[in-house]
Design a protein around this ligand. Structure first.
Ligand code: AMP
Length: 249
């Protein structure tokens, strides 16, 4: 069984991001980058399926500039076998990314495709769903448990107020939620080994994908600053402030 995992390069989740001068984007210059946390969970799940002899190959794919090789190498160090980069300098919209991934799916014919449920930079939560539709495959989104059987996969999903389990015929698309697993750290020997693992690049032309943009980003704004609190020295003062300053009583 072959598993394809889509990994996205994003600003590391520990970095406090800033909006750029013209309020058009997050300023990513000189910020630490990492694999999108949900994609890390996707890689971990695929590698565990390989370690349990359920899968025999894990291929990781990323769409982006030469820089995404760093995240592909990290995924290889975490246990993936091979990497594919779809080359583009543009920041693609989810539909265009899904089209690139669909072209890779057509070439690789995986039995399972894992994606993160969401990228933490765009918060789109669209690519997996669009990919499943383009490939005409069943989808299990927000997976918190994945169990592979003969020709099918059971996906337990976290939904409002409980869990839902679906049985999908394979090939299928699964997007991973936070509680699916706890990703491992890459060990130094595996980081060294990952340097020799195969990494192949396709251009958009080679995949026959056009990166059309259908959405215009209008503006980006930071969250409004919270006003500093004040200390009340007595209950009477507190009630007075709630009545006359906060207007909540
Ligand atoms: P999104 O729809 O942008 O929230 O992303 C959901 C998931 O789609 C991510 O967690 C990745 O698995 C995948 N994805 C999004 N963008 C890319 C990309 N540029 N390269 C590879 N995978 C991506």
């Amino acid at each position: 069984m072959k598993i394809l995992v889509a990994v996205k390069r994003v600003v590391d989740h520990n970095v406090k991001v800033r909006v750029n001068e013209n309020d058009q984007a997050v300023d990513t210059t000189n910020t630490k980058k990492a694999i999108n946390p949900f994609c890390e969970i996707a890689v971990e799940e695929a590698v565990r399926l390989k370690e349990n002899n359920i899968a025999n190959e894990v291929v990781v794919v990323s769409v982006g500039s030469a820089a995404v090789q760093e995240q592909l190498r990290t995924a290889l160090a975490l246990g993936a076998d091979r990497g594919i980069r779809v080359e583009t300098e543009q920041v693609l919209e989810p539909l265009a990314v899904a089209k690139c991934l669909k072209a890779v799916v057509d070439k690789e014919a995986p039995d399972l495709i894992f994606l993160g449920k969401q990228s933490i930079d765009g918060d789109n939560n669209q690519t997996g769903q669009m990919l499943a539709a383009l490939c005409n495959m069943p989808q299990g989104t927000f997976a918190s448990k994945v169990e592979v059987a003969e020709g099918t996969v059971a996906v337990t999903r976290e939904i409002d107020g409980g869990l839902q389990t679906l049985k999908l015929r394979m090939p299928a698309v699964i997007t991973t939620d936070l509680r699916l697993n706890e990703p491992r750290y890459a060990s130094l020997p595996n980081i060294m080994k990952a340097k020799r693992k195969p990494l192949q690049t396709y251009s958009l032309d080679a995949l026959g994908v056009q990166a059309l943009s259908q959405v215009k980003l209008v503006s980006v704004a930071p969250p409004t600053q919270r006003k500093p609190g004040v200390k009340a020295h007595s209950v009477a003062e507190l009630i007075d402030k709630l009545k006359h300053e906060a207007g909540v009583l």
